[in-house]
Write a protein that binds this ligand. Structure first.
Ligand SMILES: C[S@@+](CC[C@H](N)C(=O)[O-])C[C@H]1O[C@@H](n2cnc3c(N)ncnc32)[C@H](O)[C@@H]1O
Length: 172
């Protein structure tokens, strides 16, 4: 089943099932990324925002927070929690080189084409913009996920959280 269809079906149970896990992951990422940032960045995007747990990363480090997800039902819940965020339906050309920071938390292991997602993220990041990715360890090897970033990003940090690999990079 496609990720969009799956999350459009299970959206009501997502918070009950994954709340503790996602909050812990997001807290870990925020405390880790803080070491790289000493003043707020301008535009940040949470790519695959789901019901909104990972939006907190962007709010913490950016003046303007944007969010994007392929599942309309997941976004409906995120909108209730974070009504002030700017939700994007399509990442059109007007967003090329627009974002200073993009988070993509527990998303790519569900994607049908993670390479395409990375290309998209690369396109809309400003030069030297930051990317924060977490992927479930059980999905694929750390080397595989790193290989998707290798020729596009300088990898600043590789970490492991309980269930995830976490990679922080800077656009080359
Ligand atoms: C496991 S949830 C994670 C949600 C959120 N980032 C969090 O930390 O709770 C995965 C989310 O990624 C979205 N997703 C999957 N593939 C995507 C893609 N190619 N582009 C955008 N969103 C995607 C799904 O719709 C779902 O909401």
């Amino acid at each position: 089943m496609k990720a969009k269809d799956w999350y459009n079906i299970i959206f009501r149970s997502y918070d009950t099932l994954y709340k503790d896990e996602q909050i812990q992951k997001v807290n870990f990422i925020i405390s880790t990324f803080r070491k790289y940032i000493n003043s707020k960045l301008e535009n940040g995007l949470d790519y695959g925002c789901g019901t909104g747990f990972s939006i907190r990363i962007i709010k913490e480090f950016c003046n303007k927070t944007f969010a994007y997800d392929i599942s309309e039902n997941m976004v409906k819940i995120a909108k209730k929690k974070h009504p002030e965020v700017i939700y994007i339906d399509r990442l059109t050309e007007k967003y090329n080189e627009f974002f200073d920071l993009i988070s993509c938390i527990t998303v790519l292991q569900d994607s049908e084409n993670p390479k395409e997602d990375i290309n998209n993220i690369y396109r809309i990041l400003k030069p030297r913009g930051y990317i924060i990715i977490s992927v479930l360890k059980r999905s694929n090897s750390r080397e595989y996920w790193k290989s998707l970033l290798n020729d596009k990003f300088e990898i600043l940090l590789e970490e492991e959280e309980k269930k995830d690999y976490i990679l922080i990079g800077k656009k080359l």
